[in-house]
Each structure stands twice: as C-alpha cells, then as structure tokens.
Design a protein around this ligand. Structure first.
Ligand SMILES: NC(=O)c1ccc[n+]([C@@H]2O[C@H](COP(=O)([O-])OP(=O)(O)OC[C@H]3O[C@@H](n4cnc5c(N)ncnc54)[C@H](O)[C@@H]3O)[C@@H](O)[C@H]2O)c1
Length: 325
C-alpha cells in the first residue's frame, strides 16, 4: 500500500519512511528539497515536487494512487516566521490546502498531519494536554492552528479522517545513524550544541538565565525522532481501521533545561560546549512539557528511545557521520 509522505526527505519524514517500510507500507516521498536531502530518501520513491504546484501533486496521486497521506512538508522556523509571515502562510497553509484539494479530487480520505506544541502558545499550566487553549504566538504556530481548523471543516464536509499530531521537540537520530537531523538552517538546541562541540560553530547562545527554573534556563520536552516515527505508523494503522479525527500530543512528558542538555552532552560525549549565556527571547515560556496519555491510550504507543542518554548519543553519532556527507 502506497503512502504519500510530503516532506519525506526532511528530518522526521525520513525517519518515518524507514519505519513505514519496516511495517510493510510503501512510502513515496513528495518533497521539493528546499530543506530536505535526496540522500535521506532510501526507503521508497522520491517525487521531486512542490505543494504549491498542482501538476506536481497530480503526478504523484496519479502515479502512486496512495491510500493515505502523511503530511510533514512545511517551513518550521519560528523566528523566520516572525520576519516573513507571508512565506509561512503561503507554504504551510496554501500548500496544505492544495494537498487537501488533491486528496479530495483523488478520493484519498486518510491524513496524518504534523502539528506542533507551538499551537498552544504560552502555557496556562503544565503538563500541557490537548484541551489546553490554543493561542499561538508566532505566524508559524498560527499556520499550524489554521490547518487544524481547516482539517475539522474538511472532515465535516468531505468525511476526511485525520490524526493531527502535536509534537513537542523532536530530537536524536536513527539508531543505525543512516539518517538524522540535518536542517540547512539549524535552530534546535541539541544539533547546535553538538556542532559547537565539533567546532562547526564558535559558541552556543543560551537564551535566558533568569527563568523561574532550577538553573535559570528554559525547560523543554524532547521526544526521540524514532518514537515520533513509530507514532505515525500507529496513527496510520489506527485511522485505516477507525475513521476518526483526533488531535494528539507527542512528547516524552519529561522536561530538561538547556543547561542540563549541555552538561549531558559534555559528559556523555566527553567534550566541551562553549556557551554564551544571554537574555531570554521575547515570548519564550520558562517551562513546556506534554501530557501524552491520550496518544498512549488510543495508539497503544509508548516512547522507547526518549531517555536523554539515547537522544544525545544517537544525535552525536549522527553528527560525526554527517560531517563526512
Ligand atoms: N522538528 C521539530 O521539533 C518539530 C516540532 C513540531 C512540529 N514539527 C513539524 O514537523 C514537520 C517536519 O519537521 P522537520 O523537523 O522534519 O522539518 P524538515 O524541514 O526537516 O522537513 C520538512 C520537509 O518539507 C519539505 N518541504 C517544505 N515545503 C515544501 C513544499 N512546498 N513542497 C514540498 N516539500 C516541501 C522540505 O524540503 C523538507 O524536506 C514540519 O511540518 C514541522 O512544522 C517539527
């Protein structure tokens, strides 16, 4: 069974293609390679195409006749979205609308969507459950919330089933180091810290020393990318059996501070990360972590690799390999 994976050449998409192949699905990556990499498409065909191009979508739907779509493709840099919201609404919202229209045209009813904890905005409480108010504070977060709202309308009008997965911070890499995190513009803490240890960057900027946390730095929830990939496969199996529309958090339910992550990298990888500790960024909450009991219950999913040691050591191994690519 073919599954169309938009953004399958990217970080989470490529890990999900590997997991899909292992479970007997035939993933077909649809990616414009604006951020992703051709080398990461190893577990099925690649259609080089853009969501903003209807002919590209027609080609993929006609050729492969997928039964479901897993939709990762998006721009995902919060700070860039503040400076260039047009890019985010165009690519994320219009791009998704094009995809959903193609799904309607070709009679494809099942969608797994990459949403984000960025749809919640400032937490009123932690851990954050799916019922937490959604008041995003960036165009990126708003673009994801708009898509969730569009999905609800498509479900009502066209009986489209979807699972919208709200990830917290994806981290770590494939256990066999075949693929890993390789964004052209990196903003995530763990790859930045590792690349600083490897002298690719001079210094790691730590934003905030006066948060109301045990060491003053911000606390976030890191979920191993293989656990995210496994949740997508389970969500796909779920939606193929039970036509439904649900929103689920995916996280580890544990919070680590920025300085804890840096210290863990230094200890586990026997290295030094040079830091520059400065003022917090506007709008950055002190603590964010997920409540994921709904995903655990509905998908029979449990994170298996999201302990901090596995996250850091798999990321480290991948970054050593990435230097030679
Ligand atoms: N990485 C995280 O921690 C995180 C957290 C929450 C949500 N998400 C969401 O998960 C998804 C995947 O994130 P990622 O970190 O793997 O990102 P990524 O940038 O590695 O992957 C996105 C892929 O989409 C492709 N793409 C972008 N626009 C496209 C278009 N118009 N047409 C075709 N392909 C296009 C890119 O080339 C890239 O390969 C994104 O939707 C992101 O918003 C990620």
């Amino acid at each position: 069974m073919h599954v169309l994976v938009t953004g399958g050449a990217g970080y989470i998409g490529s890990h999900t293609c590997k997991a899909l192949k292992k479970e007997g699905f035939k993933p077909v990556t649809f990616d414009n390679l604006s951020e992703g990499h051709e080398y990461a498409v190893k577990w099925g065909d690649l259609v080089k195409g853009d969501l903003l191009n209807k002919e590209n979508l027609d080609f993929a739907f006609n050729k492969y006749q997928p039964k479901a779509v897993i939709h990762f493709a998006a721009n995902a840099l919060v700070s860039e979205s503040m400076k260039n919201p047009q890019k985010y609404y165009q690519n994320n919202v219009s791009g998704t609308l094009n995809l959903l229209s193609a799904m309607n045209e070709y009679g494809v009813k099942n969608l797994i969507f990459s949403s984000s904890c960025a749809t919640y905005g400032h937490p009123n409480y932690t851990p954050i459950c799916e019922k937490h108010p959604q008041v995003p504070i960036s165009p990126y977060g708003r673009s994801k919330l708009m898509i969730e709202q569009i999905l609800l309308d498509f479900q009502k009008a066209y009986q489209m089933n979807f699972v919208s997965l709200r990830y917290f911070n994806a981290a770590g890499a494939d256990l066999e180091s075949e693929i890993g995190e390789h964004h052209k513009t990196e903003t995530h803490l763990i790859p930045l810290a590792i690349d600083t240890a490897l002298n690719i960057y001079d210094v790691l900027h730590v934003y905030g020393f006066d948060f109301d946390t045990k060491d003053g730095s911000a606390i976030r929830d890191y979920i191993h990318v293989n656990d995210l990939a496994a949740a997508h496969v389970k969500a796909l199996n779920y939606i193929l059996k039970i036509p439904e529309s649900i929103f689920l958090n995916l996280g580890s339910e544990k919070g680590y501070s920025v300085l804890e992550i840096v210290k863990t990298i230094e200890t586990l990888c026997k290295t030094k990360v040079k830091t520059n500790i400065g003022a917090k960024r506007e709008g950055d909450p002190a603590v964010l972590f997920a409540k994921t009991n709904l995903a655990k219950k509905l998908l029979s999913w449990e994170p298996k690799h999201s302990d901090i040691k596995t996250i850091i050591t798999t990321a480290w191994q991948w970054h050593l390999k990435k230097q030679k690519i």
